[in-house]
Write a protein that binds this ligand. Structure first.
Ligand SMILES: [Zn+2]
Ligand SMILES: [Zn+2]
Length: 87
């Protein structure tokens, strides 16, 4: 398995063999489901071919938003304006 460190930080099922070196990254517990999700941000950016690759996280900003997107985006674009207002 292979994963960005940033993915590992955002996906709760990912664990590290060693916390200090942040490796090896253990993906065994990640549900296959996460890899089957479509990243709606990639899709909107015209990168549909990338949208299905990699692990996605689900927006948890508000219950009404159930969008999935790559952890590398960090924030849900649809909700980000609200995030910034709160900050
Ligand atoms: Zn994406
Ligand atoms: Zn959202």
């Amino acid at each position: 398995g292979w994963c960005h460190v940033v993915c590992a930080l955002y996906i709760p099922e990912v664990s590290f063999g060693s916390i200090n070196s942040m490796e090896p990254i253990i993906l065994k517990k990640v549900p296959q489901d996460r890899y089957n999700k479509l990243c709606y941000i990639c899709e909107e950016q015209g990168r549909a071919n990338k949208a299905t690759s990699g692990a996605c996280m689900q927006c948890n900003y508000k219950s009404g938003c159930k969008q999935h997107f790559h952890v590398t985006w960090s924030v849900c674009f649809a909700c980000s304006s609200n995030h910034y207002k709160l900050n």
